[in-house]
Design a protein around this ligand. Structure first.
Ligand SMILES: *Cc1c(COP(=O)(O)O)cnc(C)c1O
Length: 381
């Protein structure tokens, strides 16, 4: 069997071990400790804004605490990108919110401002908007933020996939009232598993830390007034993150080179790369994707079968949340109306899901690996 070519696997550099060694040498193994504090500070410095960070056990935990801090309760309406990974939506569902999913626009594949406006006309009392920057591509932040301001609804940014991506020169994760980052194994940098809660006020990051450490009150005994969680990052894990953070720009450069290699190689094929707004944003190019033009006979399944036959990892695009059985009861708002005379649903993200393939974007893939992947795909058209 050929060696496996991965979509996105952890890339370690060795520096991570230095911080772990320090933790061992000082016996800071238990939760919290200097690596956690430093990782929070170093990440805030990387974002180059007055952000306050709370290091957590996962990106999902960060989104859950964002939902908790907005006091979202049963039956509160929460508007969330449909085209995403389930972790964007799950935390609001933990709190039994009324989730309504919002369609994508075709320019960045992220939340459609027009669909969001339609949803807010229908649900003017919505308690939050959860916006994802999918595949590391910034959403239309100006338009989305303007609509959120108009309806006075707080924005939660799910920047789990987009650490390092910028919109008009500012890092994603700095726009929302609260934001979430992820350091899961496949993300742009990893701690093996972990996440970060971001806020603009120190008190709010402190509140997240308090909820994340079982909501313990300042008393000698264990005193609890509200429900808490065990969501903090460990000192060992944070050490990996500190080491990885030195290499984030290098990771982004490699991801960008992969994206551009595919883009060039497929320029004459009936396919398109995942698009971004070149005038206003710089993605982190976390994953490279293609959609096959509707007029082509080649199907995404053919592409994926051909790659898998050579032990090359690939996947469809994210299956929209409004199509997931677990969210079958939830609402969905599109930019366009469905056409009752045809099969057309009017949904941009459904169309992308049907025509798309996520390509190997592992930064350890070699030039030969890239040539092989490209050769297999070109051979099908
Ligand atoms: C990875 C991811 C998350 C969750 O992060 P975990 O650290 O795995 O909990 C949330 N949203 C999106 C869009 C993701 O890709």
């Amino acid at each position: 069997m050929n060696k496996r070519i991965y979509m996105a696997s952890p890339t370690m550099h060795g520096d991570e071990l230095k911080y772990i060694q320090e933790a061992f040498d000082t016996n800071w193994i238990a939760p919290l400790g200097p690596n956690v504090n430093h990782f929070e500070e170093e990440l805030a410095a990387y974002l180059q804004e007055d952000m306050y960070c709370a290091a957590l056990s996962s990106g999902t935990a960060a989104l859950h605490l964002a939902v908790k801090l907005l006091n979202i309760k049963e039956q509160d309406t929460v508007l969330c990108s449909s085209f995403t990974f389930s972790a964007s939506a799950n935390p609001a569902a933990y709190e039994r919110a009324n989730l309504v999913f919002i369609d994508s626009e075709p320019d960045t594949w992220n939340m459609s401002p027009q669909a969001l406006r339609k949803a807010l006309i229908k649900y003017p009392d919505a308690k939050a908007v959860i916006l994802v920057h999918l595949y590391g591509t910034p959403a239309k932040l100006d338009e989305i933020m303007e609509i959120c301001r108009e309806y006075n609804v707080p924005l939660i940014e799910d920047a789990a996939e987009s650490l390092g991506a910028t919109y008009k020169g500012r890092h994603t994760g700095c726009f929302g009232k609260y934001s979430a980052l992820s350091f899961n194994g496949n993300k742009i940098i990893t701690t093996s598993g972990g996440g970060m809660f971001l806020a603009h006020e120190k008190e709010e990051a402190d509140k997240a830390r308090y909820l994340a450490t079982q909501a313990r009150e300042p008393a000698r005994h264990y005193e609890h007034v509200v429900l808490g969680y065990n969501y903090r990052m460990s000192n060992i894990t944070a050490g990996i993150g500190r080491g990885q953070l030195h290499y984030i720009e290098e990771h982004i450069e490699r991801k960008k080179a992969i994206y551009e290699t595919y883009q060039k190689a497929f320029a004459d094929l009936p396919v398109k790369m995942n698009p971004y707004d070149k005038d206003n944003s710089v993605p982190n190019f976390w994953l490279s994707c293609i959609t096959i033009n509707p007029e082509s006979d080649v199907t995404p399944d053919q592409v994926m079968n051909a790659l898998e036959a050579e032990n090359i990892e690939c996947r469809p695009l994210w299956k929209p949340m409004h199509l997931q059985p677990v969210f079958a009861e939830c609402g969905f708002v599109t930019q366009l109306e469905a056409d009752p005379k045809t099969e057309e649903t009017g949904s941009v993200c459904e169309d992308l899901f049907r025509r798309g393939v996520t390509l190997p974007t592992d930064i350890k893939n070699t030039e030969e690996d890239m040539e092989k992947i490209i050769g297999i795909i070109r051979g099908l058209f």
